[in-house]
Design a protein around this ligand. Structure first.
Ligand SMILES: C[S@@+](CC[C@H](N)C(=O)[O-])C[C@H]1O[C@@H](n2cnc3c(N)ncnc32)[C@H](O)[C@@H]1O
Length: 291
């Protein structure tokens, strides 16, 4: 034994795929705490294996970003875990999955997993997290209908888009929802949205985290606009606001109230679950803009 460390893997990514390193880092920061709200040893290990100036770019450990980020991730984990109880052999499609490690947190040993991301993000994931037998990686834009042909809907489909839709244009978001509703009429689509003020700030280059400036986020949606999502396709049967639960300290104490605040409650980020049904709203407002 030489005691040599395994060679680190470089991550030179374009501005939007690089955002996957930001979310990974904050998950790892949170996971390292003894009182973490999201145990995620894989994320910690990945940050150690990637040759990237995480602290220089995103700041040292500490602060509330990691916890808020982890609570968002927990909301997604809960939705996926519930789906796997209903559809144990179903398919989980993760659009814009980046270096998410959800499979290792919630897999049930029977489901199929399809990860869809841009080619450079997939190339990095393939090196760091080679797919297990029930996992597939697909280098394809979420806006390209081609990925839907790779999904077997026989045992149920759940599509997630965690930290993705804000990087798409509003028409692309509407088209993506409509396509999912059309192709997976009994499926569910879970995604998060940033409020409009946040999308504006990002697009003006005003979102800084230490040495890092977030790229433009063309799509934003205030929490009180969720009802508009029904206009993307008549098969949108249910729109559910997935609220964060748990949390420690002031974040844990305040978060449950944030959604209930009059007026201000609309200006928060949201996680939304859309359930599709072929039988729903045949007289719905197809083709109307989400935004
Ligand atoms: C903020 S990261 C989120 C990564 C991961 N879902 C997470 O929460 O840690 C955004 C991810 O979306 C991917 N992405 C951006 N635009 C995309 C597109 N058009 N199609 C597929 N993936 C895209 C990026 O490459 C990146 O992996």
């Amino acid at each position: 034994m030489t005691g040599q460390q395994p060679q680190k893997i470089g991550a030179a990514l374009g501005a939007v795929p690089e955002t996957a390193l930001w979310t990974l880092y904050h998950r790892a920061v949170e996971a390292r705490r003894w009182d973490t709200v999201l145990p995620d040893p894989r994320a910690v290990e990945l940050v150690e294996r990637i040759d990237y100036p995480f602290e220089e770019r995103f700041g040292p450990d500490g602060g509330v970003i990691g916890q808020i980020q982890a609570l968002r991730v927990r909301a997604f984990d809960r939705e996926v875990a519930d789906f796997l109880v209903r559809c144990p052999r179903g398919t989980v499609v993760c659009l814009g999955e980046g270096l998410e490690t959800q499979y290792w947190r919630v897999d049930n040993g029977r489901a199929q997993w399809l990860s869809v991301d841009l080619p450079e993000a997939v190339a990095l994931r393939e090196r760091l997290l080679p797919p297990a037998p029930r996992q597939r990686l697909l280098a394809c834009s979420a806006t390209d209908p081609a990925w839907t042909d790779e999904v077997d809907p026989t045992h149920g489909v759940l599509i997630t888009a965690q930290g993705l839709l804000m990087y798409l244009r509003p028409t692309e978001v509407r088209d993506l929802i409509a396509r999912c509703a059309e192709r997976f009429p009994d499926g569910t689509f879970v995604f998060d949205a940033v409020p409009r003020w946040f999308s504006r700030a990002a697009s003006q280059g005003k979102l800084h985290d230490r040495g890092y400036t977030a790229p433009p986020m063309p799509w934003g949606m205030d929490a009180d606009e969720q009802w508009k999502l029904a206009t993307a396709h008549p098969a949108v049967a249910e729109i559910r606001d997935v609220l964060p639960t748990g949390g420690r300290g002031p974040v844990g104490a305040l978060l449950p109230y944030a959604a209930r605040l009059p007026v201000l409650g609309a200006f928060r980020p949201s996680v939304v679950a859309l359930r599709f049904s072929a039988r729903a709203g045949r007289g719905g407002a197809a083709g109307t803009a989400v935004r």
